[in-house]
Design a protein around this ligand. Sequence first.
Ligand code: AMP
Ligand code: GLY
Length: 426
Amino acid sequence: MNVLVLGSGGREHALAWKLAQSKQLQNLYIAPGNAGTAHCGTNVAVEVNDFAGIKNLVWEKDINLVLVGPEDPLVKGIHDYFLSDEVLRDVPVIGPKMDGAQLEGSKDFSKQFMVRHGVPTARYASFTATNLEEGFAFLETLSPPYVLKADGLAGGKGVLILDDLAEAKTELKNMIMAAKFGSAGNTVVIEEFLKGIELSVFVLTDGKSYKLLPSAKDYKRIGVGDTGLNTGGMGAISPVPFADKAFLDKVEERIVKPTIAGLNKEGIDYRGFIFIGLMNCGGEPYVIEYNCRMGDPETEVVIPRIKSDLLDLLNGVATQTLHEKNYETTAETAATVVLVSGGYPGDYTKGKEVSGLNAAFDSVVFHSGTKAGTNGEVLTNGGRVFALTSFGNGIEEAVNKSFASAAKISYDGKYFRSDIGKDLMS
Ligand code: AMP
Ligand code: GLY
């Protein structure tokens, strides 16, 4: 089979790395990819939202399956675009159509969906310019901290958590009336604050059956001890020790099954990954959010723990035969440590030359933001630069290998969190 992966981050490198191991694979293309994905297949300079460019590529390279990495093209309707095109119609796309992508594309939709299908989540209400005053009144019924969420995609920045009621009212007004997050904030979801520990579970579904993929915990803040600004993710661990079998059984019964059944009931033919962001509140799972794709850097620990052939599983999704497919995971722990550019998540410079990559042989080096220089050298090309994944018999062994690899790789401004996984070690 000829497969096209869309995206250019560590997530896409991990997916491409795994697909490249499949016996069913003939040619792998990554658009646009990075310096790391070039070792798994052929990078093609087409952007993920350039649907016409992707169509040409699929036609030219005789692509048999497309795996969409990021949410943006899904929410913009890449899957619908394929289905409405005579040439592309028969090429399966892994990733939901626009209707299913609303689980991530609209927080208001996803909250309503959870309520309709009895999926446990924080109590909430949604507000627009027409009922702003009611929004103020709703805030008064809650106790702090106050959680405000822009309805639409806001690049992971559309959530505000505020301790002060007056400030929450001001921010609500800013989001709705002053377009603080652009049109994404025309509607704002206000919800109850959930106190607990966060983790994520991942589901692969063909719309009928599903496979529950490994759980993961990521580290969102830039600083040691969960301090400083939010980032895309500074590291991840899988499995999550506090998500034991009893907890995961609750997740499956109360959340995964009703979610799949709900999609079916609403006539949403969902084929792809569902990323479920959860809060473990004293042993009870609540959904914080759905995403219509895999997480980054969670993919860099979840996918390497899958022993089965990923392309075989994706074929199962495409042909709705996922229930027949072999699915096995390793019991080993995987840890990933993300190396970033100095200054990230604020301003940073790109184009720094990287050395020492070959010395990091105890880890799988996934590239998150790199590009090849004119002489084949690797240059930094993003805020997150690498995700170093290692295996071990437990978190300590796995993450220490990643730290050792992190020490061997050099570029100007390198930074990583030195406490990934520490909170989970007993
Ligand atoms: P989201 O974009 O919905 O994942 O929200 C971003 C982050 O805000 C989450 O990863 C949580 O850390 C936090 N968060 C969102 N909703 C809540 C909530 N209801 N209670 C507590 N924390 C939340
Ligand atoms: N690591 C969080 C995300 O991918 O959204």
